[in-house]
Design a protein around this ligand. Structure first.
Ligand code: PMP
Length: 363
């Protein structure tokens, strides 16, 4: 039988496997696999979402005008230079299709966020993975990978899943070393969780030229992952083309309303950040104390290194048995690691207790 045939490179894409939310035979699940905001959304955001229920026969504002204005006000940015998307995933995909395509290269770092590879390949680009140093993006390796065909460099800062952070000086060195026609996409999905002094999520580099964009999301500290809202701050030349191709009504009514309300609740966000900082440190030092290496993280997750794939798999199975779902890292070429989202206080205690027991059984 003949069937429609996709372009061959589409079949090289491994589908993104999202963090699972079920374990057979276990009623109560502790889901620590998708880096969702442990604090949950601000009650005002939930309320705003409920309030628009009476209007869902209407299309949303196609230009997300009020949301862009709220973002502009909150972050001191020109709303005209902001484009909102159905999660930052949508914007990553558009950038790949706009600037990439057959005959072009897109560069990411070895253990960078997997959507760059999926969207880049989907666009028809060749996706090159630059080696890292100590699970950290290596600017020299990225610059060495640049060819005349390079169109985009994606860097998540902080990076998911390693949690590593490049200092501003390294980001500046990267920008300065790239040819001006290469777009640098700085993905700052975890920006709010960074406590490092001098950190800039990308605004300064966007403002410094024509070839840098910053990607942000409401899925993490704002805890609106279920609504799919992301945004991009970019030069006018980039927002112009993004606006030509993005979904016409890409950010739905409830998502826009909740995101606007969430931006007004900075006190809630501050508490969410303080919680993350405290529990990221506590969980990391506990895991280290029971013999699990933890890579330093600047996000709302930690990368726990069990040394061998077999031990990581055994730990994963042990956690599942207790209804705790974390993220296996084989797809990121880190099969000896598990990524654990910083949950609420109880969730952190449960995963710590479980891994303490697991390690006790390993001796
Ligand atoms: N970038 C990074 C680095 C991420 O970790 C994620 C979420 N896993 C995203 C982008 C996508 O976020 P969104 O929910 O806005 O599509």
């Amino acid at each position: 039988m003949t069937a429609p045939r996709p372009r061959p490179e589409i079949l090289t894409i491994d589908a993104y496997v999202a963090g699972q939310s079920k374990v057979q035979g276990v009623n109560r699940i502790i889901k620590l696999s998708s880096n969702e905001g442990a604090f949950g959304p601000a009650p005002a955001a939930q309320e705003a979402y409920r309030r628009v229920a009476a209007e869902i026969h209407r299309y949303p504002d196609g230009g997300s005008v009020a949301l862009r204005e709220a973002l502009g006000k909150r972050f001191g940015l020109d709303p005209e230079r902001i484009v909102c998307g159905t999660g930052s995933d949508e914007l990553i995909q558009h950038l790949c299709h706009i600037y990439g395509g057959p005959g072009t290269d897109i560069i990411m770092s070895m253990h960078g966020f997997s959507m760059y590879q999926i969207s880049g390949t989907y666009a028809g680009s060749r996706v090159l993975k630059a080696p890292e140093r100590n699970l950290t993006t290596d600017v020299d390796a990225i610059l060495a990978a640049v060819t005349p065909d390079t169109r985009i460099v994606f860097v998540a800062n902080p990076n998911n899943p390693t949690g590593s952070l490049l200092p501003q000086s390294e980001m500046e060195r990267l920008r300065a070393g790239l040819p001006p026609e290469v777009l640098l996409a700085i993905d700052a999905a975890y920006a709010e969780y960074v406590t490092e002094p001098g950190y800039d999520p990308g605004v300064k580099l966007v403002d410094a030229g024509e070839n840098t964009v910053m990607l942000r999301t409401f899925s993490k500290v704002y805890a609106l992952g279920g609504l799919r809202v992301g945004w991009c701050y970019a030069p006018a030349s980039v927002t112009d083309v993004l606006n030509r191709v993005r979904g016409v009504f890409n950010v739905n009514l409830g998502a826009q309303a909740a995101a606007i309300a969430a931006l007004e609740e900075q006190g809630w966000i501050d508490c969410a950040i303080a919680h993350n900082t405290e529990f990221r440190a506590k969980l990391s030092s506990f895991l280290e104390s029971v013999g699990i290496k933890v890579w330093p993280s600047h996000g709302n997750f930690i990368l726990a290194d069990f040394g061998t794939p077999a031990r990581a798999e055994a730990a994963d199975a042990f956690l599942r048995g207790r209804g705790i779902i974390v993220r296996g890292m084989a797809a990121y070429d880190l099969p000896h690691c598990l990524r654990i989202t910083i949950g609420n206080g109880e969730e952190c205690a449960l995963v710590a207790d479980a891994l303490g027991s697991f390690m006790a059984g390993q001796r």
